[in-house]
Design a protein around this ligand. Structure first.
Ligand SMILES: Cc1cc2nc3c(=O)[nH]c(=O)nc-3n(C[C@H](O)[C@H](O)[C@H](O)COP(=O)(O)OP(=O)(O)OC[C@H]3O[C@@H](n4cnc5c(N)ncnc54)[C@H](O)[C@@H]3O)c2cc1C
Length: 483
C-alpha cells in the first residue's frame, strides 16, 4: 500500500507535484487557503505573468502536458532595452533558435496544472482550507475551513508547498529546527498594465470592414469587437521581447500577455529619496514616469489610478538549512524563495518536483531515503540561484546600459561557438540548460574572469585574441567539459 500524500498549497509547485504523485499512483489531498481561480474570479496574486524557461519546461514535458501548456506561451527572444530617450536596443538571450524564454500567465498555468492533477483520478483539491499548524509527532495537521470550526487531519507524508510565508516551515521552527533565514530586499515592486492597442482608423483602413462589429485584419483573421479575448491582439510594443527600462538604482520591466497587454513591473527602493515611500502623490508618480519612462508612460493612460490601486509587494530571499523534518518535506518557495530577477523562482520549484520524482524512481518510493537525499541535492542549488538572482538585479537595472557589458556578452557567445564543450554563457547555463545551479554559478565565476581578461583594451569582438582565449580556457576551465 502506497502512503497517502498531503500537500499544503495548490500554487504552481504544489499543483505540479500533485500531478507527479497522482501519476505515480499515490492518493493525494491538496489543501489551499484561497478559492479556486478556475471557479471564482480572483487575482492570481503577485506577478500576473512569469518567465518560463527550460528547467520549468522539462518536468511538463515529462508529465506529458507540454502540448497544452504551449498554447499559453509567448516566446521572448531577448531583452528590449529602452533608454531614457525611448531609443531601443535589442539584446538576444541566446544564439540558437531554441534559446528563448516564454511569458506565461500565472492563473492560466496554475489552472491547467490543477486540471491535469485531477485528470490523474488520484488528486483531490480542497479550496478555502488553510493549514493552521502541524503536529509532527502524531502526523496531524489542523485545517481551518471557511466559516467552520477547524478539523484535524492525519497524514502519512506531508509536503509544504505553501510558498514564502510557509506555515509548514514555521512549524519546523516551532519544533526547534534551526537555520532558516529571511533577507528582505531593500527594493519593492508594483505591477501596472500596458493595455492592448485598439485598432485606430489607419489600421482599420488596412483591414476589410465586414460590418459594424467585425473586421478582417490584414492577416485575414476575423475579429469581433465583442469577443472577450481578441484572437489577434495588437501589442503596443514588441511582443517577443522582455522589455526593460534600466535606470541604475531602479527599473521598469514588461512581459507580454496573450490578450495583447503587457504586465509592467516597477522595481524601486522601498525607502529613501526616490522610493515607494516618497512617491505618494499623483504629481510625483507622473513626474517620475514622464522623466524616466516617457515611452512607457504614453502607453499607460490609467497610470496613476493603477499606481494607487495596486499593492506594493515586498521581495526577499529565504534559505533553509533543513528542508525536511520527520515525515514532512518543503518544496518550492517555502524552502527557497528567491528575488525574481533571474525569472527562476517557479522554474526552480518545478525542478524540485522533477528531482523529487527522479529520487522516488531511483529509490523505489522509499520516502525516508528520498527526503534526506533531496535536501542534500537541492539546497546548494537553491542557494546558488538565490545568489545569482540577486546579482541579476544589478545586471538588469544597470549593467545592460554599459557598452562593456554588451562586449562581454558578444565575446561569451563567440567563445561558446569556438569552445562549445568548455564555455557556455552563465545566463544560458541557467536558462537554457539543466546544469545544476551551483555548477553554473561556479563555472560562471571562472568564465567572468576569462571575459574580463579578454575584453581588456578592445572595443569589438573582431579584435578578440583567440590565442589568448584558448590559453585561458585551457588553463582555467581545462577539461571540465559540458556533455
Ligand atoms: C514579482 C515576481 C515576479 C516573479 N517572476 C518570476 C518569473 O518570471 N519566473 C519564475 O520562475 N518565477 C518568478 N517568480 C517567483 C514565483 O512566483 C514563485 O517562485 C512561485 O510562485 C513559487 O511557487 P510555489 O507554489 O512554491 O509558491 P506560491 O506560488 O506562493 O504558492 C503557495 C500556495 O500556497 C497557498 N498557501 C499559503 N499558505 C497556506 C496555508 N497555510 N494553507 C493552505 N494553503 C496555503 C497559497 O495561497 C498559494 O496558493 C516571481 C515572483 C515575484 C514576486
Amino acid at each position: 500500500m502506497k502512503q497517502h500524500i498531503t500537500i499544503i498549497g495548490a500554487g504552481l509547485v504544489g499543483s505540479m507535484m500533485s500531478i507527479y504523485l497522482g501519476q505515480r499512483g499515490y492518493k493525494v489531498d491538496v489543501y489551499e487557503k484561497l478559492p479556486d481561480i478556475r471557479k471564482e474570479d480572483i487575482s492570481a496574486g503577485r506577478s500576473i505573468n512569469l518567465a518560463l524557461a527550460n528547467r520549468g519546461i522539462r518536468p511538463m514535458q515529462q508529465l506529458g502536458i507540454m502540448n497544452k501548456v504551449e498554447k499559453l506561451l509567448i516566446p521572448m527572444k531577448g531583452r528590449m532595452i529602452h533608454d531614457i530617450e525611448g531609443k531601443l536596443q535589442f539584446q538576444s538571450y541566446g544564439q540558437k533558435p531554441e534559446e528563448v524564454i516564454y511569458s506565461v500567465s500565472r492563473g492560466g498555468l496554475v489552472s491547467l496544472l490543477r486540471d491535469e492533477a485531477e485528470a490523474t483520478g488520484n488528486v483531490s483539491f480542497h479550496f478555502k482550507q488553510q493549514l493552521n499548524w502541524v503536529d509532527f509527532d502524531n502526523n496531524l495537521i489542523e485545517i481551518q475551513q471557511q466559516d467552520q470550526s477547524p478539523k484535524l487531519v492525519s497524514f502519512d507524508i506531508l509536503l509544504g508547498a505553501d510558498g514564502a510565508p510557509s506555515k509548514v516551515r514555521n512549524s519546523f521552527e516551532n519544533n526547534g529546527v534551526k537555520g532558516v533565514t529571511f533577507d528582505l530586499l531593500d527594493h519593492s515592486y508594483k505591477e501596472l498594465t500596458i493595455p492592448a492597442r485598439s485598432m485606430d482608423k489607419s489600421m482599420r483602413s488596412e483591414s476589410l470592414i465586414l460590418d459594424e462589429n467585425s473586421i478582417i485584419n490584414t492577416q485575414n483573421k476575423k475579429i469581433n469587437d465583442s469577443d472577450p479575448i481578441d484572437p489577434n491582439p495588437l501589442f503596443a510594443i514588441d511582443k517577443n521581447s522582455l522589455h526593460i527600462w534600466p535606470r541604475g538604482e531602479y527599473m521598469l520591466i514588461a512581459l507580454p500577455n496573450l490578450d495583447g497587454s503587457f504586465t509592467v513591473t516597477l522595481f524601486l527602493p522601498s525607502k529613501g529619496e526616490l522610493s515607494f515611500e516618497t512617491i505618494t502623490a499623483k504629481e510625483s508618480v507622473v513626474a517620475l514616469f514622464k522623466t524616466k519612462f516617457k515611452d512607457a508612460t504614453d502607453l499607460m493612460p490609467e497610470l496613476t489610478e493603477m499606481f494607487f490601486d495596486n499593492p506594493t509587494g515586498m521581495l526577499g530571499t529565504i534559505r533553509c538549512q533543513q528542508w525536511h523534518y520527520k515525515n514532512t518535506l518543503l518544496i518550492g518557495d517555502s524552502a527557497h524563495a528567491v528575488v525574481p530577477f533571474h525569472g527562476q523562482g517557479m522554474n526552480c520549484g518545478f525542478e524540485d518536483c522533477y528531482e523529487l520524482n527522479a529520487l522516488l524512481d531511483e529509490h523505489k518510493d522509499n520516502w525516508q531515503k528520498v527526503m534526506d537525499l533531496y535536501t542534500d541535492i537541492r539546497r546548494p542549488n537553491a542557494n546558488a540561484i538565490a545568489d545569482m538572482a540577486l546579482e541579476n538585479y544589478i545586471e538588469m537595472r544597470d549593467s545592460v546600459r554599459d557598452p562593456k557589458f554588451h562586449l562581454k556578452k558578444a565575446i561569451a557567445f563567440e567563445l561558446e561557438n569556438q569552445f562549445p564543450k568548455q564555455f557556455i554563457p552563465r545566463y544560458s547555463m541557467v536558462m537554457f540548460h539543466h546544469i545544476p545551479y551551483a555548477e553554473a554559478q561556479a563555472r560562471g565565476l571562472v568564465q567572468a574572469d576569462i571575459l574580463n581578461q579578454l575584453s581588456e583594451g578592445i572595443d569589438g569582438v573582431k579584435e578578440l585574441d583567440f590565442g589568448l582565449a584558448e590559453v585561458l580556457i585551457d588553463k582555467l576551465v581545462g577539461d571540465v567539459i559540458f556533455e
